[in-house]
Design a protein around this ligand. Structure first.
Ligand code: SF4
Length: 228
């Protein structure tokens, strides 16, 4: 499979945030979100065999723990990604899949925790969600909306209502978008949307199932740092 990097860090943006995690970043993406922070994953990287990936995961994680497949868009290499997920599960690991939701997820093993984006208008990629994926979601999965403004928030709220998402997944994440040119300070000044505004909207709305999610790694390390 074609990978950008494998590294060990802290899971940053889901209900698993804060847990030590090995990340496998697959190369390539079919979307071009305006605020994408992993443009470097679109090209480059190198081919790895399944055995090489598993050996590197085992080197970084000597006892079975949490492993996340991310990108780019991992499901662009669906066959290889699914084989890797199955092998990681067979080794006793917990597996997260971070995906844009734009490609089919029905073949993903049920034991994998799927963290599925629904792109909002400010991303420039709204409407790319593969609607058939609603049938592939289960209560262990999480839906994530990256929110840059009030229009994004309203889009997320309506999408959840229209499609009954609260009954389909365990967690609904609302994450303030980061500025693309974010660098230097590890502060909310790098957020496109002030998390305090997002928090206020959720509380005013009494959206009890929403969970405000900050990208933890961007507050632990400098926002532009790679491999964290
Ligand atoms: S789906 Fe993810 S990797 Fe692809 S452009 Fe959007 S933010 Fe970047």
């Amino acid at each position: 499979m074609h990978l950008i990097e494998i590294f060990s860090s802290i899971q940053g943006e889901s209900s698993h945030a804060g847990r030590p995690c090995v990340f496998v970043r697959l190369a390539g993406c079919n979307l071009r979100c305006h605020w994408c922070d992993t443009v470097y994953s679109f090209t480059g990287g190198k081919k790895w065999s399944l055995a090489e990936v598993l050996a590197e995961v085992e080197r970084l994680q000597t006892e079975p723990g949490l492993v996340e497949l991310t990108g780019g868009e991992p499901m662009l290499q669906a066959e290889e990604a699914i084989a890797l997920m199955e092998a990681l599960l067979a080794s006793g690991r917990e597996v997260l899949l971070e995906t844009s939701g734009s490609l089919p997820l029905d073949k993903v093993p049920a034991a994998v925790y799927k963290i599925v984006d629904v792109k909002c208008p400010s991303s420039g990629e709204a409407g790319k969600f593969c609607m058939a994926n609603l049938a592939a979601l289960n209560p262990r999965d999480e839906i994530k909306f990256v929110i840059a403004d009030r229009a994004d928030y309203d889009y997320a709220r309506n999408f959840c209502r229209e499609h009954g998402l609260e009954a389909l997944v365990g967690v609904l994440l609302l994450s303030p978008a980061f500025k693309k040119e974010a660098h230097g300070s590890r502060s909310t000044e790098n957020c496109q949307l002030d998390p305090a505004d997002l928090a206020a909207w959720i509380v005013e709305d009494r959206w009890l199932r929403a969970r405000l999610s900050l990208q933890t790694h961007k507050f632990i390390w400098e926002p532009q740092l790679r491999g964290v």
